[in-house]
Design a protein around this ligand. Structure first.
Ligand code: C2E
Ligand code: CA
Ligand code: CA
Ligand code: CA
Length: 279
């Protein structure tokens, strides 16, 4: 077959243009969705393994698309992350999640007074100049104290973004906690943990799924090291009693997963005032 350089360029152009068109369309739809109130947050509990007490909620975004139904975050967050749209989404999530925590606390001051709210923050948003002010404002408007907000970030953020690292310092100075998400899937070594500005490690789901003795030894190692550095550890993706038992044996005190509670919209989470202490 005769190859024609010119033809290849045109095919490449067409493919690239189609991709750019699709992305522009999705961005426009996300923008319309934000304006039209199509996004909602689902909340998944993080539980204390030893006491069975609710420690935290993680806010997870969902898009109730008028034609496509419920769209999961992996289908639109990556595109949003390629533009400043992710900052708009992040601001909405921060506002909504802190207000929700304030509402639950009003309904049940006893049971919810020390429950925290974890919000996922993308690298680009953390690097933006405005995040620290947005966090301060969300806390101010909701009345939630900084100590009850947790920002979940992934390790890529920490390694190659000096501005992100500076902003992280500012956020921690506010009193906000920082959690390192998906730990073990990237490049951070256990030794580096000591230097990172984080309070909590979230061990990625893939580690719990593996039955390999070597992987389980690795989880044990991560938990031991994290505790030695004064960090809390959350095991993600707990789906069975057996996995929960293993966590207890390892000494991992916090867990999250379908077995303990699925992400649910606030309207499906019933809060009733807990009984105060018996006098
Ligand atoms: P992530 O932060 O690692 O969130 C955990 C994901 O695992 C969630 O998926 C959750 O529903 C799912 N999950 C929880 N427990 C289990 C379990 O026991 N088994 C299994 N198989 N899965 C479990 P989801 O909600 O689809 O979110 C996917 C990712 O999208 C998140 O991963 C996070 O990276 C991103 N994301 C979600 N919400 C937001 C947001 O508000 N802002 C940003 N920037 N990213 C978000
Ligand atoms: Ca997360
Ligand atoms: Ca995770
Ligand atoms: Ca993730």
């Amino acid at each position: 077959a005769k190859s024609n350089g010119r033809g290849r360029v045109e095919i490449f152009d067409a493919a690239l243009r189609a991709e750019l068109d699709a992305r522009a369309r999705l961005e426009a739809e996300i923008r319309a969705g934000l304006a039209g109130g199509q996004f909602e947050l689902h909340y998944q509990p993080v539980m204390s393994v030893a006491t069975g007490r609710l420690r935290s909620y993680e806010a997870l975004i969902r898009w109730r698309h008028p034609e496509r139904g419920m769209v999961p975050p992996n289908d639109f967050i990556p595109t949003a992350e390629e533009s400043l749209l992710i900052c708009e989404i992040g601001r909405w999530v921060l506002d909504t999640a802190t207000r929700q925590l304030a509402a639950w606390t009003r309904q049940d001051p006893q049971g919810h007074g020390d429950v925290t709210m974890a919000v996922n923050i993308s690298a680009r948003h953390l690097a933006s100049r405005t995040l620290v002010d947005e966090v301060r404002q969300a806390l101010h408007e909701s009345g939630v104290p900084a100590s009850r907000l947790v920002l979940e970030i992934t390790e890529t953020v920490l390694l190659d973004e000096p501005t992100a690292d500076a902003h992280l310092g500012d956020l921690r100075a506010l009193g906000v906690a920082v959690s390192l998400d998906d730990f073990g899937t990237g490049y951070t070594s256990i030794g580096q943990l000591q230097k990172l500005q984080v309070d909590t490690l979230k061990i990625d789901q893939s580690f719990l799924r593996s039955q390999e003795p070597a992987t389980q030894a690795l989880v044990q190692l991560m938990v031991t090291a994290a505790h030695a550095f004064g960090l809390d550890v959350v095991a993600e993706g707990v789906e069975t009693q057996e996995q929960l038992d293993r966590l207890v044996a390892i000494g991992c005190e916090l867990a999250q997963g379908y077995y303990l509670g699925r992400p649910r919209p606030a309207r499906d989470i019933e809060i009733s005032p807990s009984a105060g202490p018996q006098v």
